[in-house]
Design a protein around this ligand. Structure first.
Ligand SMILES: [Zn+2]
Length: 144
């Protein structure tokens, strides 16, 4: 099952002929839309949401800027160094994976998307580890 997720993403990269995030967004018709939404919904931290428009063969990646600022605060709280370019490219890459591999089973999709984001934007750490930092920060600072 995991292979099918990776195969879909790999095939999409081959079709685009590039591993540039900008090229992927352009070729897949994805736009990035900043939104000032809550950092968490029902206790689940949400940093972005992918909205695919199958008819138009494109979509939008909504970035929840409050969550992103909170993630940066979390890294600062633990004196951790985040990505040099900030978290936006990694989060956009994560959502782009979901657009490239829409058939990836939900239980694998998040890990696969984090592995893809880590590789695509050359993060110095596994993208999913930011979730652990963020959750600990929320618990220690008693954020709702
Ligand atoms: Zn995801």
């Amino acid at each position: 099952m995991y292979a099918s997720c990776a195969d879909q993403a790999h095939a999409a990269l081959a079709r685009v002929g590039s591993t540039s995030l900008e090229d992927l967004l352009l070729r897949k018709g994805l736009s990035v839309v900043p939104a000032d939404a809550a950092a968490s919904f029902g206790g689940t931290i949400v940093r972005a949401r992918l909205e695919l428009d199958r008819r138009a063969r494109g979509g939008r990646i909504h970035l929840y800027m409050r969550s992103l600022r909170e993630l940066e605060d979390a890294f600062g709280f633990f004196a951790l160094v985040g990505p040099r370019e900030g978290f936006v490219p990694a989060i956009v890459a994560h959502e782009t994976f979901h657009a490239l591999s829409p058939g990836c089973p939900p239980h694998l999709a998040e890990v696969a998307a984090n592995l893809f984001a880590t590789w695509l934007v050359d993060l110095p750490f596994y993208a999913g580890s930011a979730d652990v930092v963020h959750v600990l920060y929320r618990q220690l600072t008693k954020l709702p």
